[in-house]
Design a protein around this ligand. Structure first.
Ligand SMILES: Cc1cn([C@H]2C[C@H](O)[C@@H](COP(=O)(O)OP(=O)(O)O[C@H]3O[C@@H](C)C(=O)[C@@H](O)[C@H]3O)O2)c(=O)[nH]c1=O
Length: 183
């Protein structure tokens, strides 16, 4: 495992060794000591996955305080375009986004700290996306902003989206509870 990229003062891209043989692939996705050494939150408390058809967009999600959490995200089957946007007030990169392809065999894992909205577009049928989060799911503080409200070009006409995701406020109307802290 190694860090191959950092972005927007908090986003970290981890690359894991991809062991390929005649059976398939093997990829390690979490190593507590590695996270501690690199000052990343490592106390993950829940894990879940979703399966998405091609052209599904899920996002842009986060939990608000006091249930805000860091997330670790990777794609165990298929291929996705993962997207994050900085929603920390006073952040020098507020409103800026970052995107990366995560696939079943590129070994890439994205670490998303508190204060970012997260979403993705599924590039294949049955994309399996796995998450680890540092705080339990909190329906009342589970929130989001509109996927098409922060300038990112998703390169898609009619994505498949949940009703909940369609109803989120655009970033411009969202009063963010997250404040950037210079570390
Ligand atoms: C996230 C979550 C959802 N649920 C329930 C709520 C709902 O009935 C059903 C599906 O939830 P959602 O529609 O929110 O699923 P989805 O839109 O896939 O939500 C996910 O999107 C991506 C982009 C993320 O970053 C994740 O953290 C998560 O917010 O599962 C839980 O019970 N526990 C959970 O932890």
């Amino acid at each position: 495992m190694k860090i191959i990229e950092k972005s927007l003062n908090g986003i970290v891209i981890i690359k894991s060794n991809v062991f390929k043989d005649n059976r398939g692939v093997f990829i390690k996705t979490y190593h507590k000591e590695f996270f501690e050494k690199n000052n990343l939150d490592s106390e993950f408390r829940e894990s879940f996955f979703s399966v998405s058809k091609k052209n599904v967009i899920r996002g842009m999600h986060f939990q608000t305080p006091p249930d805000e959490h860091a997330k670790l995200v990777y794609c165990a089957y298929g291929k996705i375009l993962d997207v994050v946007v900085d929603i920390r007030k006073n952040s020098p990169t507020y409103g800026q986004f970052y995107s990366i392809e995560l696939t079943q065999d590129n070994g890439k894992i994205i670490y998303i700290p508190k204060g970012f909205a997260h979403g993705f577009k599924s590039l294949t049928d049955n994309s399996v996306v796995i998450y680890l989060t540092t705080k339990e799911y909190s329906p009342k503080n589970d929130s989001g902003i509109r996927w098409d409200s922060f300038g990112f070009d998703w390169e898609i006409e009619n994505p498949i989206i949940s009703n909940r995701d369609k109803d989120f406020l655009p970033l411009s109307k969202f009063d963010s509870p997250f404040i950037y802290e210079d570390k």
